[in-house]
Ligand binder design. Structure first.
Ligand SMILES: *Cc1c(COP(=O)(O)O)cnc(C)c1O
Length: 490
């Protein structure tokens, strides 16, 4: 056994630091050499690949997989992320060879089933959210935001209103909203929420004007509160000549109950990887359908799936006003199939039930947690809510961060912290609809015990987590002097 290399990641060496010369060949000893399959020009000599046995590789990655946390291991109440359980059947469906083995360049006539799946998803989303049409092209929420703002920009240019250069974003907005607006070349105007945690129509009217391009709203917002003045807000923005954008990343509070199209939104996105099944986290592949009201349909990214009078499906690239494609090929197709499977499995009644349970679970947690931690907006929430550790910090020196880290020792993922920014020492909690009452109760009791410890013995929390493979990291050094490069051991 080699001595543990200096770069080992918390006790587990890196894969290419393991192994011994000659070990990798055992199992394939009698296989034909690579040269018999590939031309010599395609082969590199002296390629320093790690020489590991298959067993070592399997153990290495299995051990690594046990050092992380995921929805399959425990409760993951990460606000604004909708870390729900994803039924396995949706993965099984998309793994069928009819979907998985289809080449993206397959001619339309030979890919009718796949095109029908995309068309059906597009139609279902349009009816569920009250939009004229969706594009399945963008690969994430932020990607769709950018697409929508490119549409707005092109639209204003064509109307001779290129002076509209400002995007209004409430202070509760997800960080991607101002980032997308900036990337698209707009100025960002941040709107302060009122005492009720909402956009005030009067405040909004004060900033509207001939420079207003788009107002980006999340409803329910990231405090988990429904913007009940939304109709008035939408009229005010429209009266000023602007467009309304709906951030629908977490739409599991409204499905079957409210539609952004009816609220007056012109543009929107969904995160099928949050609201409609699809495992996510760790920056994996996402999928952000982009919806538009009737007057913006012609700007949608290409291609758009069409269906003719004979029921034949096709990819339509001939859309002169389109902003163009947002990515290579048609979409994260596998995610579109998963989302469609999820919609079909639930049906319209099932989707309503999803919304009911998401809201019920969030309110159950909110009311129970309010027994021992401040909840700054003590009214009925939608799919998530915020709590604040401000008082604990002031009186006992225990921050939201410490509570979050301590939860890891109880086997729970931490909630989202320090967001939205307007709530000091914020914990943003989203249980989702798929958790049982027993799980929610266990979480409540863990947090109750942690808060009690914070008052009696705050020092005990400052070291947490103590049971995870990685304890407290030095966040300042990690941010200022990140060590991202592997170096061979001396
Ligand atoms: C997750 C999220 C986004 C961004 O979505 P990505 O797919 O991560 O780019 C935008 N807005 C809200 C409210 C979100 O929760």
């Amino acid at each position: 056994m080699q001595p543990p290399p200096s770069n080992s990641a918390n006790g587990i060496p890196l894969i290419f630091e393991l192994g011994q010369a000659g070990r990798a060949t055992d199992y394939l000893e009698h296989a034909k050499p690579l040269e018999s399959y590939l031309p010599a020009a395609a082969l590199r000599s002296g390629l320093p690949l790690p020489d590991n046995s298959e067993l070592d590789v399997v153990r290495h990655y299995t051990q690594l997989s046990h050092r992380t946390f995921g929805i399959d291991l425990g409760f993951y109440p990460l606000g604004s992320c909708t870390m729900k359980y994803n039924p396995r059947i949706n993965d099984a469906i998309v793994a069928r060879p009819e979907f998985a083995d289809l080449h993206p360049y397959t001619p339309d006539e030979l890919a009718q089933g796949a095109l029908e799946a995309m068309y059906e998803l597009e139609r279902s989303l349009s009816s569920l959210f009250g939009m004229a049409a969706f594009s399945l092209n963008p690969s994430a929420g932020a990607h769709a935001e950018l697409g929508a703002l490119l549409i707005a920009k092109k639209h204003f240019k064509e109307c001779g209103e290129a002076q509209r250069d400002t995007v209004i974003v409430p202070d509760t907005a997800h960080g991607t909203n101002p980032a997308s607006a900036t990337m698209c070349g707009f100025k960002v105007l941040t709107l302060r929420s009122d005492a009720r945690g909402r956009v005030s129509p009067a405040e909004l009217r004060r900033v509207l004007g001939p420079g207003t391009a788009v107002c980006m709203m999340t409803n329910p917002n990231t405090l988990g509160l429904f913007e009940d003045d939304i109709a008035e807000i939408a009229s005010a923005v429209h009266d000023a000549g602007g467009l309304m954008y709906y951030d629908g990343a977490n739409a599991n509070a409204i499905m079957g109950y409210a539609r952004p199209g009816d609220m007056g939104f012109d543009l929107m996105h969904l995160n099928t990887h949050k609201t409609f099944t699809i495992p996510h986290g760790g920056g994996g592949a996402g999928h952000g359908p982009l919806g538009v009201a009737p007057h913006l349909v012609e700007y949608l990214p290409v291609p758009v799936v069409t269906r003719d009078a004979h029921g034949r499906y096709a990819l339509d690239f001939d859309r002169p006003k389109s902003i163009g494609p947002m990515r290579s090929f048609w979409s994260n197709f596998a995610h579109a199939v998963r989302a469609l499977a999820y919609l079909y499995a639930n049906g319209s009644d099932g989707l309503k039930r999803v919304s009911q349970l998401a809201v019920l679970n969030a309110n159950y947690l909110r009311v129970k947690i309010a027994e021992f931690l401040a909840t700054p907006y003590p009214e009925r929430c939608r799919h998530e809510f915020v709590a604040s550790a401000q008082r604990l910090k002031r009186e006992h020196g225990v921050r939201a961060l410490d509570l979050a880290k301590a939860l890891l020792d109880h086997g729970f993922m931490a909630p989202t912290m320090y967001f939205p920014l307007l709530v000091p020492e914020c914990l943003m909690i989203e249980p989702t609809e798929t958790e049982s009452k027993e799980t929610l109760d266990a979480f409540i009791e863990a947090l109750r015990a942690i808060v009690a410890t914070a008052k009696e013995n705050p020092d005990a929390l400052l070291q947490a987590p103590v049971s995870t493979p990685v304890g407290r990291v030095d966040e300042t050094t990690a941010a200022r002097r990140p060590d991202l490069r592997w170096r061979p051991p001396p």
